[in-house]
Design a protein around this ligand. Structure first.
Ligand code: T4K
Length: 388
């Protein structure tokens, strides 16, 4: 690895990159290979590949137990989980969502011809601002989809009060928040239901995968029907469903990774601590913190570049990428600036000032089991040089 001391050492100025191999955000965490291969052998022997197989069943039970929630309905990915949850809750008309989220949150609504109405976030928490949510309610509003961005909980209680007061459904996109808690209770227990993503880039993955979790028995029955074409028994369809099923091989990966969860969290926690102590001492940089009284998965290292930093956020990203540090600008520029929303609501930005401020200053850095002290030191040095 290259030793970095001055601007001349930076790849932007012609020096070789600090890292020979790219450091990715979202590099998958992988549990024990032998355990996974043993499951795959079993799958070959049993010839049971999908459709509510034994491994999916075991996975759902283990996830439900871990979260302390009544029902876990495993899905093929987080986006389908969102779509099924939205349908099962019978949302229609307008639904309030943050614009500062991954595009899937908004698309899951639009895909079902529901209008996503973008509400602004709190610039400190990066989550929905309840006052902004209140301002966006109209007679057509049927629900709110909160997002626990970066794994930090949404203002769950305030949103629930708003939902109760206005007769709205409330669900959470908890794609980032597996293994996290809100006031000591595991995320997964709030609103009418919550969805998780177990995509490869999430700290806990099933290759592709997701789940809806809920404490509502009727909702769980409905969602199980919906993810299997609406089949109730062999020849009886009782609902217009889709195919949201998780495969056995995905569930096997999930079972193996559940066993390694503590290890994954610990690697992320150490990395987050190292990044924070290295970067927070540089003027103009601030690493987003996690509430240590809660359970966190620390899967995102989010750096905010403030106006007092001499180089722009985009120039930093460019400099990092030249060094093979493939930092990301999640979730710039906000869903409202992407198509089709930009065309549908060209003035949405007028009520989203904090979304702009935050999405213009965030950089997400690589973490996970493949990153450690040496890499973080070097990434810190790049920021240090750029700050001079
Ligand atoms: N709601 C929220 C709030 C979400 O963040 C997401 C997904 C969803 C809903 C939907 O859940 P899913 O339907 O995806 O289950 C990535 C992920 O694809 C996406 O799952 C995730 N959020 C989002 C935050 O990040 P991209 O467009 O950044 O992916 P991509 O292909 O650029 O990969 C990111 C980095 O990970 C790259 O540097 C390469 C690395 N990588 C990726 C894969 C797939 C690997 O090293 N190995 C791999 O296998 O969206």
């Amino acid at each position: 690895m290259k030793h970095l001391e001055s601007r001349q050492d930076l790849a932007l100025f012609g020096a070789p990159p600090a890292f020979g191999e790219p450091l990715h955000v979202g590099r998958p965490n992988m549990g024990n290979r032998e355990s996974f291969l043993a499951y795959v052998n079993d799958i070959f022997d049993q010839r049971w590949l999908t459709n509510n197989g034994p491994l999916v069943h075991e996975f759902e039970q283990k996830v439900a137990d871990y979260l302390g929630v009544k029902h876990c309905v495993a899905m093929c990915n987080g986006t389908i989980a969102l779509e099924i949850a939205i349908r099962a809750l019978e949302l229609k008309g307008e639904v309030i969502v943050p614009s500062y989220t991954f595009i899937a949150t908004a698309h899951a609504l639009q895909w079902q011809e529901i209008t996503p109405v973008f509400a602004d976030i709190d610039p400190i928490t990066h989550n929905l601002d309840p006052a902004a949510v209140l301002r966006m309610i109209t007679p057509r509003t049927t629900g709110i989809v909160g997002v626990h961005l970066w794994g930090r909980s949404s203002p769950v209680d305030e949103l629930q009060s708003i939902a109760n007061e206005h007769g709205l459904k409330l669900m959470f996109d908890a794609a980032h928040a597996f293994g996290c808690s809100h006031q000591g209770q595991m995320i997964g227990n709030f609103g009418d239901c919550e969805i998780f993503s177990f995509h490869a880039t999430k700290f806990f993955n099933t290759f592709e995968g997701g789940a809806i979790v809920t404490n509502d028995d009727d909702l769980a029955i409905k969602m199980r029907l919906m993810k299997n074409f609406g089949f109730s028994g062999n020849d009886n369809v009782v609902y217009p469903g889709t195919n949201g099923k998780m495969t056995e091989v995905a569930a096997a990966m999930g079972l193996v990774n559940l066993n390694a969860l503590d290890e994954f969290v610990e690697a992320n926690r150490c990395n987050h601590k190292l990044y924070s102590s290295r970067l927070n001492v540089i003027k103009g940089l601030s690493v987003l913190s996690y509430d240590e009284r809660e359970l966190n998965n620390y899967q995102y290292v989010v750096v905010e570049v403030l106006d007092s930093f001499p180089v722009s956020r985009d120039e930093i990203v460019q400099a990092l990428q030249a060094e093979n540090v493939l930092a990301r600008r999640y979730f710039w520029p906000g869903c409202h600036n992407m198509l089709p929303y930009r065309a549908f609501y060209p003035h949405a930005g007028l009520v989203l000032p904090n979304t702009k401020i935050v999405s213009d200053r965030v950089i997400v850095l690589p973490t996970g089991a493949t990153i450690g002290k040496t890499e973080i030191e070097t990434i810190g040095n790049i920021f240090e040089i750029l700050s001079r």
